[in-house]
Design a protein around this ligand. Structure first.
Ligand SMILES: [Zn+2]
Ligand SMILES: [Zn+2]
Ligand SMILES: [Zn+2]
Length: 281
């Protein structure tokens, strides 16, 4: 699998354009990999994780083609991950007549939120809206395993926002596997049970690092919590020997610029992605 990091920032972007902190000012000056857009991931050109608000800007900036995207796995409905206007942007309504049918997998809650924010399309009802938007929706729940085209996907529960049902995904294809795990705090025990039952070896993990050098939280991970989660995956035998471990969902208030974060992470045995980076899994 080839996974392209469409964006790796936390909810406010990095730099947050409204913020004058040292991290934001430095990122603005340095540019390049210090400019991080809100989180999304593209796998093999056809599977997008999160229909995020910066997907359009990232595609323009990094030359990422979304023309073949026919599957979308939605982690959750927070606004930094779900921007329903993009359903319209890829539809005949906006003059797009050659896009494949988009199969959208999300919880019912995320689907409800998407439909609420669809303006005129929301009043049509789901079936008619889907027909006009070249869209098929597939409500899913935590702890399911299902086929998504050539991929096998397992959904697990994140520890993030108790008012919604946030999901993390294990994505497998041709014997390779990726665990995409943002937004989350330390994983719930039910998720550890599901990982144990899954029993495979992860070739790559892309995990929440929102809080970096900040205080620990039950809803996101700081560096110490990140390392503890990775250590537990390793102890349980769930990591391949050469597994690639990447930090994502980077917040300006708790993480330094790219070079410094890469250096810190390297001493702790993991990697830091940057927007536009493609990794081979
Ligand atoms: Zn987020
Ligand atoms: Zn800042
Ligand atoms: Zn979130």
């Amino acid at each position: 699998m080839r996974a392209q990091l469409v964006g790796i920032a936390a909810a406010e972007g990095y730099p947050d354009p409204f913020c004058g902190c040292d991290n934001c000012r430095r990122a603005q000056v340095l540019g390049g990999p210090n400019l991080r857009k809100r989180s999304a991931l593209l796998i093999d050109g056809d599977l997008l994780i999160d229909l995020g608000p910066d997907v359009l800007a990232a595609a323009q900036m990094h030359g990422i083609a979304l023309t073949q995207v026919c599957y979308c796995l939605q982690t959750h409905e927070h606004q930094d991950h779900l921007h329903p206007a993009l359903f319209v942007a890829r539809s005949p309504y906006c003059g797009v007549h050659d896009a494949p049918l988009l199969n959208f997998y999300s919880t019912q809650g995320a689907l409800d939120r998407a439909m609420r924010d669809m303006n005129n399309f929301a009043t049509l009802g789901l079936d008619e809206a889907c027909a006009r938007l070249n869209l098929a929706v597939h409500p899913i729940a935590p702890f399911q395993t299902f086929a998504v085209g050539p991929y096998q996907v397992s959904s697990v529960l994140a520890a993030h926002d108790p008012t919604i049902t946030p999901l993390l995904y294990i994505i497998e294809r041709e014997g390779r596997s990726l665990f995409y795990a943002t937004d989350t705090g330390p994983l719930p025990e039910a998720t550890w049970e599901a990982l144990r039952a899954w029993g495979g070896r992860l070739d790559a993990v892309i995990m929440d690092h929102t809080l970096g050098y900040g205080a620990p939280s039950p809803r996101h991970l700081n560096g110490e919590q990140f390392r503890a989660e990775i250590a537990r995956l390793r102890e349980m035998g769930l990591l391949a020997g050469d597994a690639q471990i990447y930090a994502t969902h980077i917040a300006h208030h708790s993480n330094p610029g790219h070079a410094e974060l890469v250096e810190q992470a390297a001493t702790d045995g993991y990697l830091v992605a940057h927007d536009g980076l493609t990794i081979t899994i």
